[in-house]
Design a protein around this ligand. Structure first.
Ligand SMILES: [Zn+2]
Length: 329
């Protein structure tokens, strides 16, 4: 969920071991629009090909991972192949959706690691399970291969302070609260792909909260239309965290200044606030919201935080009051 530039990248969240009552695999794209010129329907019927990872980057070469590929590639241990293929299918489906909605989609590569592999090979020193995407080309998104990741534990530790309605919403969407907490890292991967999508469209800026809100808008917009149960997990967990967390910092200026140095629960509290605005805009406008953001940014380059608010407010009224709410603490 963060653009971690430490070595390269963007951090976020994705879960992965959602094997119990995991949502169904991605559906085939619906409607004629899916069969575009570049990626026709024959690809959908083709099984990903898996084999020894002969092209692994040095950091991953000693892990003995497989590489499965179709449009997107995923590097994953054989024992977690099913989960890797589920992720691959979801990401491919999001990219198809984005091509139809925004005219283009980025190339991305996926890596799925268990806790020991994460410690050994992750290019960014974040706790196990906090999904992130690098800013190399093509970007590489990292996901946990099991459910026992730090993000799930963090979310579960805040359960008692969430409103019952939020807990019930997570349970309804995911089958159980525990599963929802584990899935959050997986679902958060869509936010990571959202960062890559923003880059591909040239709407990444120096304002980190703006970048996070845009990435979330891509992710939420996709899930709302194509995977609504995942959208409910994303929205429900973030809403619950916003209720439960007493943030150590709470202004947009602090978010941009401290960014990945923020405690993870505070980081999620901010992401919940970004999701609230993304939801307000995407629920009413769909992909037209992000198309308008892109059109508005094409004329000029980097924004200040104040400029970002001024640009967004005419597109989706409410940003001025939203930003002022942060300043008021
Ligand atoms: Zn992010």
């Amino acid at each position: 969920m963060a653009n971690l530039r430490v070595t390269a990248g963007t951090v976020l969240l994705a879960c992965v071991a959602c094997s119990r009552t995991a949502p169904e695999p991605p559906r085939e794209p619906q409607g004629q629009g899916a069969a575009d010129d570049t990626h026709d329907a024959t690809r959908e019927a083709r099984e990903p090909e898996c084999g020894p990872d002969e092209s692994a980057p040095p950091a991953l070469a000693t892990l003995g991972l497989e590489r499965c590929h179709r449009r997107v590639e995923v590097r994953v241990a054989n024992e977690h192949r099913d989960r890797g293929l589920q992720l691959l299918g979801w990401v491919e489906h999001m990219l198809e959706y984005n091509e139809a909605a925004f005219g283009t989609a980025p190339d991305v590569s996926l890596v799925m690691l268990d806790a020991a592999q994460w410690t050994q090979a992750s290019p960014v020193p974040v706790p196990y399970g906090l999904p992130f995407i690098t800013d190399e080309q093509p970007p590489v998104a990292y996901f946990p291969a099991t459910d026992d990741h730090a993000l799930a534990g963090l979310i579960e530790s805040h359960r008692a302070a969430m409103k019952p309605v939020s807990v019930e919403r997570i349970e309804r969407a995911a089958g159980s609260f525990e599963h929802g907490a584990a899935m959050f890292a997986f679902v958060g991967g869509f936010h990571e792909i959202g960062h890559a999508q923003a880059r591909a469209l040239g709407i990444e800026t120096r304002v980190q909260w703006f970048n996070e809100l845009v990435a979330t808008s891509f992710a939420y917009g996709y899930m709302l239309e194509e995977e609504p149960e995942l959208a409910a997990v994303w929205d429900g967990v973030l809403q619950g965290m916003h209720e439960a967390v007493q943030p150590s910092h709470r202004t947009l200026a602090e978010f941009d200044e401290i960014y990945t140095g923020l405690p993870i629960d505070t980081f999620l509290w901010f992401h919940a606030a970004f999701q609230q605005r993304a939801r307000a805009c995407v629920d009413t406008q769909g992909p037209a919201f992000l198309r308008a953001v892109k059109a508005n940014l094409e004329a000029e380059g980097p924004l200040t935080s104040e400029d970002a608010v001024d640009r967004l407010n005419p597109i989706c009224p409410g940003f001025t009051e939203w930003a002022a709410g942060f300043a008021a603490g």
